[in-house]
Design a protein around this ligand. Structure first.
Ligand SMILES: [Zn+2]
Length: 414
C-alpha cells in the first residue's frame, strides 16, 4: 500500500537565504491576496469566478507588469501554489467546511510550497537540500527521510525556518495488532480508554498562560516598534511556539501509543468545530450557558482534540487498523452492566453509579465502554449491509476498511 508521510526539519539558512525566504513568502502572500481581491471584485461586478488556469494567466501578467515586476524574482511554482491554496479555500467554503477565505497578514503562517520533485534535490548524507532560487540549504538532520520526495513546504514560525518534506513510498500491507478499544475524551483527563488506562490532561496552554500574560503585559508597556518592544515581542512569540511544541509532542506520543496497541479504535463523533463556534449562539437564538461552554470549548481547542483525532486516523491506517466514529448518544448515562439509562446515574462529574443495579465505575471509563459497544454495533451494521455510512476514516475504500475491520475483530470468513 502507498504511504504518504511528511518529515519536518529546522533549516539553517544563511542570512541571504533567510532574506530570500522572507521575500518569497511575502510574494506568495501578495499573490494570494491580490487574487482574492480580484475574485471579490469580479463577484461584485456579477462576473464568474476565475478558475486556477485563469488565475495563472493573471499571475503571468502581474509578473510581466512594471508595477509588480519584483514578483518575477520569486520562483514561479510556489506563486502558483498560492493560487491553488486560494482555490482550495474557496472549495472548502462552498462545501461549508470553512469560513470565507480571508486576506493573509504578514507573519501569520508565512510559508511557500515547491510542488515539483524534479526541481528539488535532497542530499541527506550532507544534511542539505537544493531549492530553486534559494540554492543549497542546510537543515538539522534528525532522522532519515523515507520514500520519494513529492513536494516541499518552507515555513516560518517563532523566528525559525522549517522545511516539511512530503514523501510517498510503497509499504507492505500491515497486519493490525491488538484488539478493539474506545476512547472517552474529557477535560479532567485528556483521554480515557475503555480498558481503564488514561492520559493526563495536556493543558500546556494553561501552564504557560501566566508566563505568556506577563510577557504580553511587558510588551504593552513598551513604546511600540522600539528596540525593547521588539525584544518583548520576540519573547511572546517564543512562549507561543514553546506551547505549540509541547502540545504537538504530547499529541503525537499519545496517538502513536494508542494506534500501535490497538487495531480498532472507537471514538465519539463530537463536532468539535460546532462546539467551539456555537456557544455564543446567534442574535435570535442566544446560546445557553455561554460562559461554561466557552470555557469547555477553550479546553477542547487547547488540548487539540481535532488534531488528535486526525493523527489517530492516519496512524491507525498505517498500522492496518482503523478509526470508528460513533454518534454521541447517552454514552455518559447508560449503565454498561444492566443498560439502565438515567441522568441520575451520573451524580458526580467523576463517578458513575447505576441507580438500578448499583454498578460503580469511573465515569470516563463508563463513557468509553459505551462508545466501544456503539462502535461494535456500528460495525455489525456495516457487515450485515444495513447501509450505514462509515462515520470516520478517509483512508482507502469502504470495502478495504470493512475487510480490515473483520480480521481485526476476528470475524473473518463472513
Ligand atoms: Zn446498572
Amino acid at each position: 500500500m502507498q504511504r504518504l508521510q511528511a518529515f519536518k526539519y529546522e533549516l539553517m539558512p544563511t542570512s541571504e537565504q533567510r532574506r530570500n525566504m522572507r521575500r518569497f513568502a511575502g510574494s506568495c502572500r501578495f499573490v494570494f491576496n491580490k487574487a482574492l481581491a480580484l475574485q471579490k471584485q469580479r463577484y461584485e461586478q456579477g462576473e464568474k469566478k476565475l478558475g486556477y488556469v485563469g488565475l495563472c494567466k493573471e499571475l503571468t501578467a502581474w509578473r510581466n507588469s512594471t508595477e509588480t515586476a519584483w514578483l518575477a524574482e520569486a520562483p514561479v511554482h510556489p506563486l502558483q501554489q498560492a493560487l491553488k491554496d486560494l482555490e482550495r479555500a474557496y472549495t472548502s467554503f462552498f462545501a461549508k467546511r470553512t469560513e470565507f477565505p480571508r486576506f493573509k497578514k504578514k507573519g501569520q503562517a508565512d510559508s511557500f510550497r515547491y510542488p515539483d520533485p524534479k526541481q528539488i534535490k535532497l542530499d541527506q548524507g550532507n544534511s542539505r537540500l537544493f531549492l530553486p532560487k534559494l540554492g543549497w540549504l542546510r537543515y538539522r538532520n534528525s532522522r532519515d527521510v523515507l520514500g520519494a520526495v513529492k513536494n516541499i513546504t518552507v515555513s516560518q514560525s517563532g523566528g525559525k525556518w522549517y522545511v516539511s518534506i512530503q514523501t510517498e513510498r510503497e509499504v507492505a500491507q500491515p497486519v493490525p495488532q491488538g484488539g478493539a478499544v474506545a476512547i472517552d475524551m474529557g477535560v479532567a483527563r485528556f483521554a480515557t480508554l475503555s480498558d481503564g488506562t488514561f492520559y493526563a490532561p495536556l493543558n500546556s496552554f494553561k501552564r504557560q498562560e501566566t508566563a505568556l500574560r506577563k510577557a504580553q503585559q511587558a510588551m504593552s508597556r513598551k513604546v511600540k516598534f522600539s528596540n525593547n518592544w521588539k525584544k518583548a515581542k520576540a519573547r511572546v512569540q517564543r512562549i507561543h511556539s514553546r506551547i505549540g511544541d509541547a502540545r504537538r509532542d504530547y499529541l503525537h506520543k499519545t496517538s502513536t501509543a494508542i494506534s500501535q496497541k490497538h487495531a480498532m479504535v472507537c471514538i465519539e463523533d463530537l463536532q468539535v468545530r460546532n462546539m467551539s463556534k456555537s456557544a455564543k449562539g446567534s442574535a435570535e437564538q442566544p446560546g445557553k450557558q455561554v460562559r461554561a461552554k466557552s470555557g469547555l470549548n477553550k479546553s477542547i481547542l487547547d488540548q487539540g482534540w481535532f488534531e488528535f483525532r486526525r493523527q489517530l486516523d492516519y496512524k491507525l491506517a498505517w498500522n492496518g487498523g482503523w478509526l470508528v466514529a460513533v454518534p454521541p448518544q447517552n454514552t455518559s448515562r447508560t449503565c454498561p452492566c444492566c443498560g439502565h439509562v438515567s441522568v441520575s446515574n451520573r451524580q458526580a462529574q467523576a463517578r458513575f453509579k447505576c441507580m438500578e443495579c448499583g454498578f460503580e465505575e469511573n465515569a470516563d471509563v463508563v463513557g468509553a465502554i459505551n462508545v466501544l459497544r456503539a462502535g461494535h454495533a456500528r460495525l455489525a451494521c456495516e457487515v450485515s449491509g444495513a447501509g450505514m455510512p462509515p462515520a470516520a476514516g478517509t483512508h482507502g475504500s469502504d470495502s478495504f476498511r470493512l475487510d480490515a475491520g473483520m480480521s481485526a475483530v476476528g470475524i473473518s470468513g463472513l
